[in-house]
Design a binder for this molecule. Structure first.
Ligand code: CTP
Length: 442
């Protein structure tokens, strides 16, 4: 528990405490599972929190959504899993412990409630099949029926059971992605199971929504281009889109996007919905027909298509606004950007040719936002307004504005020689790279 709490950010610890207390009130057995456990034990930053309950998770998830003011969505296939998006960008998954039986490869699984032990035994990889009890009587107990801890120590990806890839072939995509992100090796028997699945061309049986989910996960990777190259080498990019295998993989555009993402300083709260952003750059060279085919192959929903295809229009407007000569004080730039979704800002930063726009966004991300986030509610309360009211928000914005405008003048980046642009990567990118950034559903 100590290891866990010291690994989590303040926001994650707050969510952990709320989930534990709500599960206690509902008398549900609660466990921390999946990627959160893997990342903690392997020493990586924890991206999102995966909780598993013995017994139905729906009520608990809904109660938590209201307690945490989070957006809630249920998984596509009705498997009793819910995702909460907490304001500030954190995601937590609350899922019922379950056994999934696949009548044939890639088929819709038959789902039944299970114990935590059974749930863990039928997951994808051993490193993802570890649980930590968060129950009063056994808090801190590690449950590791497939010896995932041993595989974390060996840095190996091993299937949790012999049919893991055969049952759910989308796991071959996960295998490639996790291999790249964690820089783990694929254990020998798992490699031969992978080869068998490929020999039977089971990648063609991956259900559309699982392809979608995987695309969303790639978008959240710290280095999506490396994952795409690894999938290309494995001849797997075609499962998403034929255009990606026909020379339309937009490596240069994705490198520009990655450079923009790296402009966000570590530790600064700057929520970004990566999916639409990533797809916009991935499909930059696609024809409308290619795009329509991708929507169909992944059974993308209207809201998802819009998050991707409307970004361009929103970003154009933002770029125009940011060119305005009226934005001549830091507070003006801060006010113009602080209500805009992170993905729009990064889209503009990666695409714009206008120097003034680049400088304003960089200043916002690297100076104004960190400074604004240092302003505490207590400082605002001192002005005599109560938190939670519109007046309070207004007073806070004014206080931030004052502080930003009062900063001693330092040389603005306009006056500094810009670094040369990064050369586009040539050839396949190295696969062995540790990850450093933040975010999904079984
Ligand atoms: N899982 C599985 N089979 C899948 C997808 C997920 O067995 N096809 C299990 C794994 O145990 C995984 C957990 O469900 O750890 C949660 O899935 P997800 O959130 O997609 O992945 P994470 O492992 O949490 O990875 P990430 O760090 O990318 O969020």
């Amino acid at each position: 528990m100590f290891m866990l709490e010291s690994h989590l950010s303040a926001d994650q610890n707050r969510v952990l405490a709320e989930v534990q207390s709500a599960a206690g009130e509902a008398n549900l057995s609660l466990f921390l599972t999946g990627g959160a456990m893997r990342d903690m034990l392997a020493g990586f930053p924890i991206r999102d929190l995966d909780f598993t309950t013995e017994g139905e998770a729906a009520k608990l998830a809904k109660a938590l959504a209201s307690r945490l003011h989070a957006a809630i969505s249920e998984d596509d296939e009705g498997r009793g899993a819910f995702e909460l998006r907490v304001p500030g960008g954190l995601t937590a998954q609350i899922a019922m412990a379950r056994r999934e039986r696949y009548p044939k490869p890639g088929a819709k699984p038959e789902v039944s409630p299970a114990t935590i032990h059974e749930d863990l035994r039928y997951r994808d990889f051993t490193v993802n099949s570890i649980a930590l009890s968060l129950n009063r009587a056994s808090r801190g107990l590690l449950i590791d029926p497939t010896n995932g801890l041993g595989d974390i120590e060996r840095k190996e990806l091993r299937t949790a059971y012999n049919y893991a890839l055969y049952d759910d072939p989308s796991r071959i995509l996960r295998l490639v992605r996790l291999r790249v992100r964690l820089a783990f090796a694929i254990e020998e028997r798992t490699a031969s199971q992978y080869a068998n699945v490929r020999a039977e061309k089971l990648e063609e049986k991956i259900p559309p929504r699982r392809l979608f989910e995987e695309l969303r996960q790639i978008a959240d990777e710290p280095n999506p281009t490396d994952v795409l190259h690894a999938l290309e080498q494995e001849n797997l990019l075609g499962v998403f889109s034929a255009a990606l295998t026909g020379g339309k993989l937009n490596t240069a555009g994705l490198a520009r996007l990655q450079k923009a993402q790296q402009a966000v300083p570590a530790g600064v709260k700057f929520p970004v919905q990566n999916f639409g952003l990533f797809l916009s750059f991935l499909t930059e060279k696609f024809t409308p027909k290619d795009k329509a085919a991708l929507v169909k192959t992944t059974a993308m929903r209207k809201a998802e298509v819009e998050a991707w295809q409307k970004l361009d229009t929103h970003a154009k407007k933002l770029e125009r606004d940011l060119k305005s000569p009226k934005l001549n004080r830091p507070s003006h730039v801060y006010n113009a950007l602080s209500k805009v979704p992170g993905e729009e800002i990064l889209f503009v930063l990666a695409r714009t040719q206008a120097r003034v726009v680049q400088d304003r966004i960089r200043n916002y991300l690297q100076k104004y936002l960190p400074m604004a986030q240092e302003v505490t509610d207590d400082e605002v309360k001192a002005v005599g307004v109560q938190p939670g009211t519109p007046k309070f928000e207004k007073a806070k914005l004014e206080l931030i504005g004052k502080k930003l405008n009062a900063r001693p003048k330092k040389p603005a980046p306009e006056e500094v020689e810009p670094p040369p642009p990064a050369p586009p990567p040539t050839g396949p990118a190295p696969l062995r790279r540790a990850y450093s950034r933040q975010p999904s559903a079984r």
